[in-house]
Design a protein around this ligand. Structure first.
Ligand code: CA2
Length: 148
């Protein structure tokens, strides 16, 4: 068990979740994601904090903050998944569990979405479970870190 929260980090355009392209990303918003994850975490005695940034450097800085303030990271890096060595480097400097979460099944989509830099660091990868994937990642973090 940890007294530090699980950070749930979201990359570019995910602030539009639930507001555009529901056929791909569904109708839930990031606020809904935070509520669902908080409920799952609370059952096991954990807390979550959710953040979103449209900037690569913003995500890097949130990962740096997680080094001091978080017990684990669940991250949906958005399109930076497929391009960002900077995010991979930042995650490699984080010592706790890291789970990569994609709402859509990236492997069923364009080939440029099939490669992930973040997967080189992630302890687990979720894709295609809709926004439920975030809560599943949180559940896994809780069992890894020994929640009640
Ligand atoms: O499936 C995922 O979660 C993705 O990480 C989403 C990224 C995409 O670039 C990745 O390949 C897969 C795109 C996030 C865009 O989010 C939006 C949400 C609602 C409306 C428009 C965009």
């Amino acid at each position: 068990m940890s007294s530090k929260p699980i950070f749930i980090l979201n990359g570019p355009n995910l602030n539009l979740l639930g507001k555009r392209q529901p056929e791909i990303y569904g109708y839930d918003t990031l606020d809904d994601v935070e509520r669902n994850c908080a409920a799952v975490a609370a059952e096991k005695g954990f807390e979550v904090k959710l953040f979103q940034s449209n900037y690569e450097g913003g995500i890097v800085e949130l990962i740096h903050r997680a080094r001091e303030e978080a017990c684990a990271i669940v991250i949906n890096p958005g399109a930076y998944t497929h391009t960002s060595v900077a995010i991979l480097d930042a995650l490699n400097a984080f010592e706790g569990p890291v789970f990569e979460c994609h709402i859509s099944n990236v492997h069923k989509r364009e080939s440029f979405r099939h490669h992930s830099y973040v997967s080189l660091r992630a302890d687990g990868v979720m894709a295609g479970f809709g926004v439920e994937g975030y809560a599943l990642c949180v559940r896994r973090v809780c069992s890894l870190l020994g929640g009640k």
